[in-house]
Design a protein around this ligand. Sequence first.
Ligand code: ASP
Ligand code: MG
Length: 469
Amino acid sequence: MVVMKFGGTSVADRAAVERLVSIVRAARQVAIQPEAMDWRGPVVVVSALGGATDRLLGVAAEAGAGDIEGAIENLRALRARHLEVAGVITKPADRAEVEAFIGNEFNELERIVGALGVLREVSPRWLDTVAAQGEILSSRIVAAALASHGLGAAWIDARQAIVTDDEFTSAAPLIPETTAALARVVDPVLADRRVPVIGGFVGATREGVTTTLGRGGSDYSAAIIGACLGASEIQIWTDVDGMLTSDPRIVKDVHVVPHLSFAEASELAYFGAKVLHPATIQPAVGQNIPVRILNSRRPEDSTGTLITRDRPPTGHPLTAVAAKKGVTVVDITSTRMLMAHGFLRRIFEAFETHKTSVDVVTTSEVSVSVTIDDSRRLPAIARALAEVAEVTHEEHMAIVCAVGEGLQTDSSFVSELLATVKGVPIRLVSQAGTRRNITLVIREVDLAQTLNRVHERFFTTVHHAANKQ
Ligand code: ASP
Ligand code: MG
């Protein structure tokens, strides 16, 4: 059975929900083929309508600030938008039922917002109750839309299906409880040859109090559901063709990476988390369930990107080359603690105390260089280290990160990479022991030509050669 997760842009309006209906219909037709291994499913997981979660959080913030009128005005706009999208439900009786549901939920939200506005305080618990409505409403609309288009579909209330701890706004799923809950509410629907539709992002505590899994949590929901139900594949339907070989804003002829290992996806996460954060699909990949990223705007043309725990070798060293601008290099040179142990601890402690995360690290006997994205607390960090080190920094730097499982077996790659970027001043170089990536830190002004040269050398020629065969 396949889990199909549709992100916010894939349910943003009526046209998007209509596309979703045809994508699910096609999947259902595959499942009911006589030769299909498993006639169950798919299971559909949906995000809130694109932008709805932001708006709901905005409403909660307005209520917390005592602006009840502003909050209610925003709720009215959101209500109208949901009613508009519910127009995709073709059967009048079904549509009327969903319209009544939307009406009730928004009436309830208005009451909650009124109360929060008087208290002028929004606890994480209430924040979750408000934010969760996005997925509760979208899933209800999508279930009815599928049903009215002749696909036997059933709405599953995520609060009955995903059991979590009580860390409101970033709750963690309780796996044994969730497995049992899914067996109770989803299995009968599957056994009845219908399509269960569940809102992502949302769960509830053992006591039934609404929780959310954190921003972007619908991918996480899909992975949890897939892992608990033993899915054969998890599809993440979004508005791009998949993970790309490089940054399309800088490199012209990028193409979709057909297959990534989970470790490669994790290395790329720092650069390309917009598509999917690999940590969220860990529950699935941990159980060896493949995850596929697909484009809901072009379902016929896109084969997407497949992410699996391991992947077969491609014969090429690189899988993708990512880049990031706006990086600051910090050089920390020891003045007093030369050759003394504990120097690294002191350095990283200073970064930790000042909540600044470090990305690339290189060391020599007397100095350590790191890159940071956020340099606001650098003066404080320099002061904290003043006793033992001299701290200097350079802004407007960029990171180029070449990632590929193939690097492990290609001993000449680093020299080829350096030959390719000959003439570009390189500030730092780092190769991790796992040898899945080589990172270069260069000046921002050199980024475009460097990235294009690397892509041209390791991807364009490879791609063309493969196409000519
Ligand atoms: N709607 C939630 C958010 O915007 C969850 C998700 O879409 O994944 O964060
Ligand atoms: Mg997302």
